[in-house]
Write a protein that binds this ligand. Sequence first.
Ligand code: SF4
Length: 203
Amino acid sequence: MTDKVKRTIEALKSNGFDTVYVETAEEAKEYLLNEIGAEQSVGFGGSVTLQDVGIYDALKERGNEVYWHWFPVDGDKRATMKKAMFTDIYMSGINGITEDGRIINIDGTGNRLSAILFGHDRLFLVAGVNKISQNYEESIIRIKNVACPLNTQRLSIHTPCEKTGKCMACSSPNRICNATLILEKQHGGVPTTVVLINENLGF
Ligand code: SF4
């Protein structure tokens, strides 16, 4: 474990976030399967990291009730997002973690941000160590100039960053970065576990 990762884990813990460190995505999947009961329902926020971990398929195969708008029920993304809001457990990736233990997520729609703040019995936030930045400013620069362009390109969302590969501070109707949530400390809404994986995952 690098000093940077060690510092970040200590900071997350001192901010009140239950924090689990694992070496691989496979270990993260095993951890999550053990923590989540077979009878619990699970909602998902959009996340390449969660896709890489493979937890959605693993839970579904085990028989958990799962809702992820990337696999919309009856083809209805918005209805699936709403179902994910009312599950026992919610699971999301993280766009940025700062070395002082703050957790940043940016949404176009806001479904993840709402679910992260309140309503579930437990929240799991899963990220690779590539999401760690020194401070808030660097984290936002990384999210807007790395994560957002790669996401718009991946999803063929037509924004300026899809074409240029960097943030153009746009007002596009397709803008994917309309709302920013910073968790500074463990909040009262949902008990949160951060699962930090010693791999580069997602963007
Ligand atoms: S403001 Fe526009 S160009 Fe910048 S990251 Fe967001 S969607 Fe892309």
